[in-house]
Design a protein around this ligand. Sequence first.
Ligand code: C2E
Ligand code: MG
Ligand code: MG
Length: 608
Amino acid sequence: MEKKDNKINETIAEENVKLLRIISTISALFLSILLLMKKYSNLVTIQIYIVSVFVILFVIILILSFTTKFVKRNASKVMHILYYFASIAAIYANYIYNDYLQFTMLLSVITLSILIIKEVKKLINYIIVIYPIVLLSIVFINQSLVFKFVTMVEISVVFIIAFYNLNIEEKMKIKIAESDNIIEKIANTDTLTGILNRHMLNNYLIECKENYLKNKENCAVMFIDLDNFKNINDAFGHNVGDDALKLSANKLKASVRQSDNVFRYGGDEFIILFKNINKKELNGFANRIMEQFIEPLEVGVLEVYTSPSIGISLYPDDSNEIENIIRNADAAMYRAKSTGKNTYKFFSKDIDAALKRRAEIESLLRRAVQNNEFTLAYQPQIEISSGVTTGLEALIRWNNKTLGNITPSEFIPIAEETGMIIPIGEWIVKTVCRQSKEWERKGLNTVPIAVNVSGIQLKNSKLIYMLKKYLEEENLSAKRIVVEFTESIIQDTDKSLKIVKELQNIGIKVAIDDFGTGYSSLSLLKDIPIDILKIDSFFIKDIVTNKNTLEIIKLIIEMAKKLNFKIIVEGIEIEEQARIVYENGCNYVQGYFFSKPLNAHDVEQYLK
Ligand code: C2E
Ligand code: MG
Ligand code: MG
């Protein structure tokens, strides 16, 4: 923005300098001719001096315009002053060459008074209209040939100057207006899709508020996020992704009224602002938008599919503060996503309550590590055939003075989003290592302890370093730690492969957690040499009644045997489930049927 402004200023300055040079050159030439012709005229010495001073002045300014920055920068001001000088010089020349002193005196007075008032435009009009008339009349009244010639030259010069000046002002005005337009467009539109961008949204919202206060007209915001858009980028590349975004923007625009504004909020997020609208109409538009996305987006020969998740919030119905409307629509969109995507949700009281609770958790989470509010529970992992405990899974517990017990499923995602998972994750590893050492010292059965590691911790390059550090600190064998990742992280095969190998190199076993709930498929496992696969409790729930589920589990077990990794089935709650799992070849389990997660003290009793 600032750059653009500078650019305009530069162009204007350049044009001004050009004009300045033209005026000084013409004026200097004209007055020099006058001096050269002095033998035909009756100039007295003092008059020759005065004209010479003018010539010198013009030449100096001409030179300065090439050499001095100040003159260049202030060319416009210098030019105007020069312009008056040129006029005065012309008037003076008149005075020398004719007897009509009254005329020239009059001209001087007018010119000077305008100079003082600084009304350049009027001066130009005056010069264009009055000055030539006066001069022409002099030409016809005066008889001397030399005088006629000089006056004609003078008229031309004044004309050229005035015309050029006018023209340039006009041109500049147009140029500035054009540039302003371009700048405004660049600042206000999203370069990719050509629709309005996020910066503009604020202005529109302010307008909405004013409109409500004045005319009692409400407004509504739809927050639209395209489902699984990352997959399109990952599968087809960013060019296809970009085109898909453009097509999506078009679809959104086609679904609403001309008067509704569509904004790109960022990434695959869009916002539509509706004025003067009710819930019923919003329902209609939301349905129209979703219908638009039933057909695939056609990018070249490709057909790519995405769907919108839409959150809707109304002003002032949902909040008296217009500033909250985006946040509320965003929260409603999240609700739409979590209820299965490709749907829309209006902001509601319970979404509001959830937002407030989230904010509270977020703020309390920041001090939870320092305040020692976390503890670890350990859930035994059992070998069915022998009934022996072969491992423990460390599960975090948070008890806060204000909120009481908060489940990890609620606060871990918030910790991940806010980055708090890094210090929390470090606390977990440190605590697990210490605990393991303590149990070793007490001579208890030393089984490996599994630690859940979130995808965010993986991206943080310190993970391996941190694990090594605490193992060394406690002088603990790496065999005593298992790292559990959720299956969604093995999406990025190359990166996960690298990390899995690094962990295995230092002797830490790697487990894939919650298998079957994410996107990954069995085929992905072929490429990553994991040690343990944990089948999510989701499969176990209907294993007794659903034959298909059992078939899937059988397939996974068969594959595990071929690829040589261990399987642990999670969430065994009843004996029947344990029996079916065992009969189908899976020996390792975890679940309430065998043991709930226990606190450290209870684990000691349990292991004894
Ligand atoms: P997860 O890693 O799959 O852990 C297993 C979850 O299932 C635990 O819930 C456990 O208490 C529960 N569970 C165990 N047996 C049964 C059963 O028989 N029936 C049922 N219905 N549930 C059972 P929890 O402790 O609430 O943890 C939930 C999730 O939160 C964990 O799933 C894990 O993804 C995450 N989490 C827990 N602790 C940590 C941690 O220390 N770090 C990280 N990054 N995530 C953690
Ligand atoms: Mg786990
Ligand atoms: Mg799990």
